[in-house]
Design a protein around this ligand. Structure first.
Ligand SMILES: [Zn+2]
Length: 167
């Protein structure tokens, strides 16, 4: 096997520094600001920094695209067991989810891995604003999700600003 240098030693060194000055050891389990932030996993977005969140503040649920269908399990746990009462959905400009279709990715998996991924909805999208509206709508319509405020934004990776999405 070709030798690939692991990131792990760097993580362990960084964590030693973090833990050395750690002061958040007595936070309660439920998020203090009672909010779920559903956001794309894109490496350029730092939800804590861009929204002013601290440890203990929020449930940040991340997945490819920040898609609601992929987050339902966590949303129900957060609302039913940990008291969150608001949801903020954040998708972003230049999202990778705009660059492929589900059928293209399924074909690639079939070719490269010789496996079938037909049972997975990859939830790619072609219209960024509409993807936010669709996810708000999916959450609002789902009877397992509480009837609470849900706000959608598009984060601009060029400016660092969030822009509200309204129907
Ligand atoms: Zn993205």
């Amino acid at each position: 096997m070709a030798s690939v240098k692991s990131i792990v030693p760097e993580f362990e060194a960084a964590n030693q520094k973090y833990a050395a000055s750690f002061t958040k050891g007595s936070l309660p389990l439920p998020p203090g600001r009672k909010v779920i932030v559903l956001v794309c996993m894109d490496a350029r977005l730092d939800p804590a920094k861009l929204l002013g969140l601290e440890e203990g503040d929020a449930h940040v649920i991340r997945n490819a695209g920040g898609r609601a269908a992929d987050a339902l399990r966590s949303v129900v746990i957060s609302q039913q067991l940990l008291g969150t009462r608001e949801i903020v959905v954040i998708h972003h400009t230049d999202c990778g989810m705009l660059t492929f279709t589900d059928s293209e990715l399924k074909s690639k998996v079939r070719k490269d891995l010789n496996e079938d991924a037909d049972h997975i909805a990859f939830l790619s999208f072609k219209d960024l604003k509409q993807s936010v509206l669709d996810d708000i709508s999916l959450l609002k319509k789902n009877p397992l999700v509480l009837d609470i405020p849900i706000t959608g934004y598009v984060y601009d990776v060029k400016t660092g600003k969030i822009n509200k999405v309204e129907a």
